[in-house]
Design a protein around this ligand. Structure first.
Ligand code: AMP
Ligand code: MG
Length: 348
């Protein structure tokens, strides 16, 4: 398949009238799939009303069919056609966070949207992305746009058009390059169908920020306990993994260095994922600094790029520091634990 590539400056005005946006929107209306930037990660968009378009998304990504897609909208009114009522707390969250990195799960109006997009569920996850290119594109189509992350299933999500190109070139109709994304981890998913909102996936909007708006929320118990089945179907899959096995290490820098030394003595190539502060401390075959230790937003923003960078280093094993679970640090640790297949080594 021929994959078109458009470069778009997100700061220009009247984006909706840009030829690149018009061309991409026209393809979406023809039920083709196109990747576009959002403030969290790049999304792979398709018409959420069309089984044909949605099937192309799953096919291009190699995504399991039981993992529902997030529906992206550009105006709140778009909800009316497919959501069965907006609960009070959901309304408060929409007013506060949209556009932004918060996905809200609603009850769906029966018969609306492609059943493939929602994996046959009676609920639907929706968000309004905070990115001028995404908003212009969605507005131009006038459609609800189903858009999972634009990566090959299982790989780290894409935070640049180059990542999308690496994973999906030749498999999708186009890529809009709008520069690097900002937040760097996916949206927070919150289920508002019950009396108390439940966070199903930590992400760009933090628990602290959410509770400041709607009061106490619950966390899906599956987030803390691997034995419990998650309420969000996608959360059960291994994800974000670099090519070499990754281990999280809780302990001192000396302890982590010792783990590296042991592997290297065996003739293996070992990498370490650390922060800017500690890069100079470690001796390994690759030492990558990901943001700054006490600024979780900076770690989130470069996490996936760093995980992808390891793949170019041809390593046998990677050790990662753990990060404080403060603010977006909660999402960072959730993604890292998944990338590591839950392997955590603790210093005695
Ligand atoms: P992604 O598009 O790759 O960011 O993944 C979307 C996430 O939203 C996955 O974890 C899905 O399981 C979750 N999700 C989508 N729709 C629903 C829904 N109706 N109920 C619960 N979780 C959902
Ligand atoms: Mg994804």
């Amino acid at each position: 398949m021929d994959t078109k590539f458009w470069s778009v400056d997100k700061f220009v005005t009247n984006l909706e009238d840009y030829p690149q946006i018009s061309e991409a929107a026209a393809l979406l209306k023809e039920n083709e799939v196109v990747a576009f930037p959002t403030e969290t990660v790049y999304g792979l968009g398709g018409n959420a009303d069309s089984d044909t378009a949605v099937a192309k998304i799953f096919e291009a990504k190699g995504r399991p069919a039981d993992n529902p897609l997030i529906i992206h909208i550009a105006k709140k009114e778009q909800l009316d056609s497919f959501v069965d009522g907006v609960p009070e707390k959901a309304g408060m969250l929409m007013d506060h966070f949209w556009p932004g990195p918060l996905t809200i799960v609603f009850n769906k109006k029966a018969g609306q949207l492609s059943a493939k997009a929602t994996a046959g569920l009676s609920t639907v996850a929706v968000r309004m992305p905070d990115h001028p290119v995404a908003l212009a594109l969605i507005k131009k189509t006038g459609l609800p746009i189903a858009a999972p992350s634009a990566n090959q299933s299982g790989k780290p999500s894409p935070t640049s058009a180059q990542h999308v190109h690496d994973d999906l070139y030749g498999r999708i109709s186009g890529i809009i390059d709008g520069g690097a994304t900002g937040v760097g981890v996916e949206s927070t998913v919150i289920d508002c169908t019950g009396p108390v909102p439940v966070i199903l996936r930590p992400g760009g909007a933090t628990v602290e920020q959410i509770e400041a708006v709607v009061g106490k929320v619950q966390l899906d118990p599956a987030l803390a306990d691997q034995e419990i089945a998650p309420k969000s179907p996608g959360m059960k899959y291994q994800h974000y993994a670099p090519n070499a096995p990754l281990y999280l290490v809780e302990g001192s820098r000396d302890f982590l260095q010792e783990l590296i030394n042991e592997k290297r003595k065996l003739g293996l190539k070992a990498g370490v994922l650390t922060t800017e502060e500690n890069v100079a401390f470690f001796q390994a075959d690759a030492v990558l600094g990901c943001g700054s230790r006490d600024k979780p937003e900076t770690v989130a923003s470069s996490l996936y790029d760093t995980l992808r960078e390891f793949n170019a280093k041809d390593l046998d094993v990677i050790f990662s520091e753990v990060f404080p679970r403060i603010g977006v640090g909660e999402a960072v640790m959730n993604r890292l634990m998944k990338a590591a297949g839950q392997r955590l080594i603790k210093e005695e």
